[in-house]
Design a protein around this ligand. Structure first.
Ligand code: HEM
Ligand SMILES: CC(C)=CCC/C(C)=C/CC/C(C)=C/COP(=O)(O)OP(=O)(O)O
Length: 307
């Protein structure tokens, strides 16, 4: 990831179909595997927190496979819908659909296979509630966010972020069969985390988004306004991240972990607001990923120490 993000923005060009043969890695790339892997981490932890013991291996396996298949399908559709804008941005122009290496039709067929098999696994092996909520997340990301919000409003990622925040709740419903407060709390944490996560990268990549005509917040309202909002969302995230402790869902290990991780995030946000530096923006984006991973791991460690 870091090499791709750090690469200096090259001149965006529209490339024609590539002659190199298509490999399975090209199809894998379309599913945004690292992002999906992080989502699965949060859904596994949602599953483990949903019950006092350890859930059965069937729900752990089938639940996560189903969620991953649908999340991967959503990412493939995103590549198809964004084909044109992906060719304009240095970060995305080498993507298999953008270069023409994989045709939009083949990509859509791939997405259909992934989504259909994901739904079959979830409906037959997990439960209908999880299947429909996961399908709704797919539509939320691939349809509502990618097709409309991304192109329409600088609040695109705030609203669209809900789809990406769903996996811990999907894990929760896979185990319990119902939507419950503590599952929703985990969604709220990722929902508050998404704006600082993405806007830091958007500051770093502002010129590219402007060139692609995508109304990301730094493009429409400038860096200072975006940095202020990163700070406000990071404060909100710190407050929301304490709710698992406040509501009795987790104990002291989590409280200490959430405070340390959250205060470090706040330090990045303040530094960004003070310095308005592209490098700090990139480091804030990278830290956001470490933060989310570590917060969920601490939640899990705390759960097994205290239950
Ligand atoms: C609307 C919501 C979101 C937006 C707009 C967004 C945006 C992005 C973008 C543009 C990148 C690409 C950086 C690159 O090309 O290297 C990225 C990377 C990443 N995002 Fe997000 N993100 C969102 C939600 C999420 C969620 C919910 C998760 C996980 C729970 C997540 C996890 C990651 C990870 C792990 C990476 C690094 C991927 C890599 O190394 O290739 N993101 N995000
Ligand atoms: C079923 C389920 C849980 C669905 C969620 C699917 C999913 C993979 C969401 C990813 C969020 C994300 C990386 C958004 C960036 O899209 P972008 O188009 O702004 O970024 P890009 O320019 O890198 O493509």
């Amino acid at each position: 990831m870091s090499e791709r993000v750090e690469a200096l923005p090259a001149q965006g060009t529209t490339s024609g179909p590539e002659s190199a043969s298509i490999s399975w890695q090209d199809f894998l790339e379309l599913t945004k595997p690292k992002v999906v892997a992080m989502m699965i981490l949060t859904s596994v932890i949602g599953m483990l927190l949903a019950t006092p013991g350890v859930p059965g291996w069937e729900v752990l396996l089938y639940g996560n496979v189903g969620i991953a298949l649908l999340a991967g399908a959503a990412a493939v559709v995103n590549h198809v819908v964004d084909q044109k804008i992906d060719t304009v941005m240095a970060r995305t122009r080498k993507r298999p659909v953008a270069t023409g290496k994989i045709s939009p039709l083949d990509a859509l067929m791939f997405a259909t296979v992934l989504a259909t098999s994901g739904m079959v696994v979830l409906v037959w092996q997990v439960n209908a509630l999880t299947a429909w909520l996961t399908l709704a997340s797919l539509v939320g990301y691939a349809g509502v966010y990618t097709l409309f919000l991304k192109r329409m409003t600088p609040q695109n990622i705030v609203i669209g972020g809900l789809a990406g925040a769903m996996p811990p709740l999907l894990g929760w419903t896979a185990v319990t069969g119902q939507v419950e407060g503590h599952g929703l709390l985990l969604v709220l944490i990722i929902f508050a985390w998404t704006p600082p996560h993405f806007w830091a990268l958007a500051i770093h990549r502002k010129e590219e988004y402007a060139k692609a005509g995508i109304p990301m917040l730094p493009v429409t309202h400038g860096n200072k306004y975006t940095e202020l909002h990163i700070l406000l969302y990071t404060l909100m995230l710190l407050a929301v991240s304490l709710l698992p402790f406040v509501t009795g869902m987790s104990g002291l290990i989590y409280l200490v972990g959430a405070l340390v991780l959250g205060l470090r995030f706040l330090q990045y946000a303040v530094r960004l607001l003070r310095g308005d530096d592209r490098r700090v923006a990139l480091n804030t984006f990278k830290y956001s990923i470490t933060y989310l991973m570590a917060l969920f791991v601490v939640l899990l460690v705390d759960h097994f120490v205290f239950f």
